[in-house]
Design a protein around this ligand. Sequence first.
Ligand SMILES: NC(=O)c1ccc[n+]([C@@H]2O[C@H](COP(=O)([O-])OP(=O)(O)OC[C@H]3O[C@@H](n4cnc5c(N)ncnc54)[C@H](OP(=O)(O)O)[C@@H]3O)[C@@H](O)[C@H]2O)c1
Length: 243
Amino acid sequence: METRSLEGQVILITGATSGIGAACARALAAAGARVACGGRRQERLAKLADEIGRDRVLPVRMDVRSPVDSRRFVDAAGAEFGRVDGLIASAGIGAYGSILDHSDDDLATMIDTNVSGTIWPVRAVLPRLLESGEGGDVVIIASVAGLRGGGHEAVYAATKFAQIGLAGALDRELAPRGIRVTSICPAATRTEFAMGYGRTPGMPELGDWLDPDDVAGAVVTVLGQPRRMRTQLWSMWSMSEVG
Ligand SMILES: NC(=O)c1ccc[n+]([C@@H]2O[C@H](COP(=O)([O-])OP(=O)(O)OC[C@H]3O[C@@H](n4cnc5c(N)ncnc54)[C@H](OP(=O)(O)O)[C@@H]3O)[C@@H](O)[C@H]2O)c1
């Protein structure tokens, strides 16, 4: 397949302090993009920027649950790099267990982070993408849990269904204006996700799961498609999971 160069593109990434978001930052920078990296843990952002190179990374401390932070994130990237070409929405949290096991607060935080925390950054970036006239990309890191919820992840699955619904609706609305909206749906991936909330460091399955770099590779492929085509939904599994 013909690929589009990402050299000089400016891509925002939420959830860039660890796991899939951090892997996306490394992979996109290696492909020539400049990346604005968002997250709450400032020391992680600084470390990532030092590792990749301060000329290619803008670290922005932000909380995806805040529409104000989301707009500030987009504005900061535009001011620093002079353009904005896309957003990878990777911030998210999860916890395993019955819907009856979690506290009201924990469920509310998960819903706020995964649903509102996707909507606010997407809503903040779209005016920039639309006004550029060059098209743009929004990639939402959803989950296979958003295609068919497994047991003991009902509310998490509901948030991931919401992300895929958002992406599908926006894709249909915005494709005629050159904006591609993609859901990437990984199965289990070895990151800090749900550690202490149903997963434990060192659990034997981790070694067989997807690597965050596998998911980042899919993101680079999606962005690198020629602008005459788009991927709506990409589900990906390790060979160790039946699905
Ligand atoms: N790992 C898996 O098995 C798996 C499978 C399918 C889908 N996913 C999805 O992949 C995405 C990334 O997860 P991951 O596996 O990379 O987990 P991770 O390593 O725990 O990364 C989660 C990221 O989300 C950020 N985040 C959480 N709450 C936030 C908030 N309020 N504001 C800003 N950032 C926030 C965290 O940054 P701070 O804490 O620094 O803010 C962190 O960078 C999630 O949406 C998850 O649902 C994961």
